[in-house]
Design a protein around this ligand. Structure first.
Ligand code: S3P
Length: 173
């Protein structure tokens, strides 16, 4: 088994705060930040929604895996991922190889409220987004939990507080 890297990798459902907390962690630590959604968008020259519309979800997932492979071996980095990254079992291995995996979680209601503020999530453009969220969470929660080294509930915390908690927990491991 290859030695695991030293990146901090944020996983979790849409709206859990991965991108914002990732930026805060990068600011606090001075480490570079990489975001798989941004990498995939840059590769296609399209937004995530446009990629889903034009090329389909599978092409997006393929590019996510490629992005994780590109990041492997990166030392000292903050890596944020899309909420569906663990749907491919291979990605769970890649994510764990990168470093300490942090699962950001939040209650279903707060996730829905946060996600509803923006219309950039193609998977929730359904007739009943609330029911879709519930179903996606049911499938994904066990995947996040199985991959995570650390879990942080972001429901009542500021981005700064979440970032400090993560750094503390990593230091005390
Ligand atoms: C997705 C989450 C999104 C983005 C894409 C698919 C998902 O990222 O990767 O819309 O399957 O949960 P965020 O979790 O950053 O919103």
């Amino acid at each position: 088994m290859q030695e695991r890297g030293d990146a901090i990798v944020l996983i979790g459902f849409m709206g859990a705060g991965k991108s914002s907390v990732g930026r805060t962690l990068a600011r606090m630590t001075g480490l570079p930040r990489f975001d798989t959604d941004e990498m995939v968008a840059a590769r296609f020259g399209l937004t995530v929604s446009e990629i889903f519309e034009t090329h389909g979800e599978e092409a997006f997932r393929d590019a996510e895996t490629d992005g994780l492979r590109e990041l492997s071996g990166k030392r000292g980095a903050i890596i944020t991922t899309g909420g569906g990254i663990l749907l491919r079992p291979e990605n769970a291995d890649l994510v764990r190889q990168l470093g300490t995996v942090v699962h950001l979680e939040a209650g279903e209601e707060i996730l829905f409220r946060r996600i509803s503020r923006r219309t950039t999530r193609p998977l929730l453009r359904t007739e009943n987004p609330r029911a879709t969220l519930k179903e996606l969470l049911r499938v994904r929660l066990p995947l996040y939990q199985a991959a995570a080294d650390i879990q942080v509930d972001t429901t009542l915390l500021t981005h700064d507080a979440v970032a400090k908690k993560i750094l503390n927990q990593i230091e005390n491991r």
